[in-house]
Design a protein around this ligand. Sequence first.
Ligand SMILES: C[S@@+](CC[C@H](N)C(=O)[O-])C[C@H]1O[C@@H](n2cnc3c(N)ncnc32)[C@H](O)[C@@H]1O
Length: 224
Amino acid sequence: MNINNCIDNPQFYGRRRGRKLSKSGQLAIKEGKDYLIKEEDILNIFQYQKNIILEIGFGDGENLINSAKMNSNFFYIGADPFLNTTAKCLNKIIQYNLKNIAIWQDDVRKILKFFPKNSISEIKILFPDPWPKKKHKNRRLIQDEFIKIIYPVIKHQGTITISTDHDILKKWVLEKFQYHKEFEWVVKSSNDWRLRPNDCFQTKYELKSINQQRKPSWFIFKKK
Ligand SMILES: C[S@@+](CC[C@H](N)C(=O)[O-])C[C@H]1O[C@@H](n2cnc3c(N)ncnc32)[C@H](O)[C@@H]1O
């Protein structure tokens, strides 16, 4: 995969749809359509919002929704192509009447190219699909090309937080970011990678991981 394919023609291997949407899910998609980002909205968002946090693969939205509820001075963009979880998230956005959130219901790599340089304060990627088999390593989201795309959009000293409980992905992520010297791993003690950062909320996949006696790690990389 080269950088152009990663931006213009990204291949998404996950699920876009699951079971038929419930009545409330269908209603959320209809009533929440104003929260869904269209390509033409993107520059508007960046014109008016200066503290933007991007969450990639928000799943059921526990972290995204709680973060937006707790921090009204930040604007949150959540990206996830999976329709069923988007419906769940929209339901909660409507329920809490959140005004500081917008959803990109597709592969994040399709909008990153529209983001202005130095525009994102933080990126969160919590429990990305690990694709543990060697033959599927190109399906992992974190790739050299991906790091090259996110680098210009993150602000100076901005951070990217990645959590995972898969040993293969832990090693992979650390190797990728060590190779890209434009980022430094923010770590002083083992607690920095063993404990969930204070600004992240427990997600479904973290809970699943703990219940299965796995050990999630949390890596924070800062743009130099
Ligand atoms: C294993 S789930 C984790 C969900 C959630 N972050 C959690 O911790 O419970 C991974 C999520 O990433 C999403 N995802 C995978 N590739 C993506 C991409 N290229 N852009 C945006 N989201 C993506 C999937 O649809 C899925 O919802």
